[in-house]
Design a protein around this ligand. Structure first.
Ligand SMILES: Nc1ncnc2c1ncn2[C@@H]1O[C@H](COP(=O)(O)OP(=O)(O)OP(=O)(O)O)[C@@H](O)[C@H]1O
Length: 400
């Protein structure tokens, strides 16, 4: 190990059971982080600082100002950069001795297996169920441990899937995979993104750092991952507003009937079939094909602008979002409240325009209102929501 590394890593090397062997294991490790967003940034930051020899960063997205509240490797000056390159720049500024490999690609079933093959360990720092299933299946197919994080609103989760249980010998006994725990994907309407339902930067920070911590422990063989121990797979949940904030659940062993890890070659077949979007309920834009979007019942923001005077405008965002900004004529009934009793919100005989931030929730709300009314064209939803309004009608309207 180069002389300067003794100084750089001294504080962690003197920690009990870490030593020079621990540092050398980190130095020769290859870790792949999928997603350089809210979870990926803190995870990458600590992996880089700790001296992981080779770190791959997968993300096709570009840095946006709305990312900076939590995606701590990116900067205002790097707005518009590919996140993988921005992360690389930040990580190399912390630690120039490591190798950072940016992959500016969307992970899919064609590229996952060849990409994962060159790494020892995978971190899932993404934000959508189809990618989570794909990453887990690819890890099972290649026998790689998967450190998975998730965070939304004030809550987060951490789990190490496909965990080798006996690290000292070659017996390939492993803990459950993502599909063992979640054989059925969540319903689309239950999956909220950070953009839709919000997240605190510190919450993604806690979980991302815990992912890096699990990676370091696993690679250096510390604590529950020490070679003489038998690792116990657990699901750690974190709730910033909870008491206690952390809970740890011991996981059941692998499911014998798991489609991925329950049968030889199952995971590889799943990756090769590549049916992840359909498995998770189709692309969200599929709402367009369900018949909810028709010329008669969807209007562009220009039409809302023409008809806003005297019209009933129902804004179905949360009360917090409504308090940030709203059209002066609009009244607020959050989607969840509206869905409990849609009929209660319909003004007799007047046209109603349903509005939200992006134009997704308003479709769901308008559909519920029309169904309650017996398919009336009286209820219309506004394509593109307030984002379209702020782009096309009023550029001074705040967008968040
Ligand atoms: N299949 C995938 N391949 C590579 N990266 C992915 C994939 N799916 C998601 N990601 C990345 O994971 C990251 C998740 O970050 P985060 O949850 O903070 O959301 P975001 O998309 O950056 O922000 P927001 O939801 O606020 O728009 C994103 O940068 C996204 O591009």
């Amino acid at each position: 190990m180069p002389l300067e590394d003794y100084k750089r890593y001294g504080r962690q090397m003197i920690s009990e059971n870490f030593g020079l062997p621990g540092q050398l294991r980190l130095r020769s490790a290859r870790v792949l982080v999928v997603g350089a967003g809210g979870l990926g940034c803190p995870a990458l930051q600590y992996l880089a600082a700790a001296g992981i020899g080779m770190i791959g960063v997968v993300d096709p997205d570009q840095v946006d100002i709305s990312n900076l509240q939590r995606q701590v490797l990116h900067t205002t000056a790097r707005e518009g950069w590919p996140k993988a390159l921005s992360a690389k720049a930040a990580m190399e500024a912390i630690n120039p001795a490591i190798q950072v490999i940016p992959h500016i690609i969307f992970l899919n079933s064609s590229n996952a297996l060849p990409l994962f093959a060159s790494y020892d360990l995978i971190l899932d720092c993404t934000d959508n169920p189809q990618t989570r299933y794909l990453i887990s299946d690819a890890c099972v197919a290649l026998g790689k441990p998967l450190i998975s994080g998730a965070a939304i609103r004030y809550d987060g989760q951490l789990c190490v899937y496909n965990l080798p249980l006996r690290l000292a010998d070659s017996e390939d006994e492993r803990g459950p995979c993502y599909r063992c725990l979640w054989p059925v994907p969540p319903k689309q309407e239950e999956v909220g993104t950070c953009e839709e339902v919000g997240v605190l930067g510190t919450v993604t920070g806690v979980i991302g750092v815990l992912q890096a911590q699990a990676a370091i422990q696993l690679l250096a063989g510390l604590g529950p991952y020490a070679p003489e121990e038998k690792a116990v797979p657990t699901l750690l949940t974190y709730s910033a507003l909870g008491n206690p904030m952390f809970r740890s659940l011991k996981l059941r062993p692998r499911r014998k009937d798991c489609l991925a890890c329950g049968r030889e070659g199952g995971a590889r077949e799943l990756v090769e079939e590549g049916d992840y979007v359909a498995f998770c309920g189709g692309a969200r834009e599929d709402l367009e094909e369900t018949g909810r979007r028709t010329g008669e019942t969807r209007v562009e923001v220009q039409e809302l602008q023409r008809r806003r005077e005297g019209a009933v405008i129902l804004d179905v965002r949360s009360k917090e979002e409504f308090s940030i900004c709203h059209l002066p004529e609009a009244s607020n009934v959050p989607l969840k409240t509206l869905l409990r009793d849609p009929l209660a919100y319909i003004p007799p005989g007047r046209d109603m325009y349903v509005l939200c931030k992006l134009g997704n929730d308003s479709q769901v709300a308008a559909h519920a209102l029309r169904t309650a009314l017996g398919n009336s064209a009286q209820v219309k939803d506004v394509v593109g929501g307030l984002r379209a309004w702020s782009k096309e009608i009023d550029i001074t309207f705040p967008m968040y």
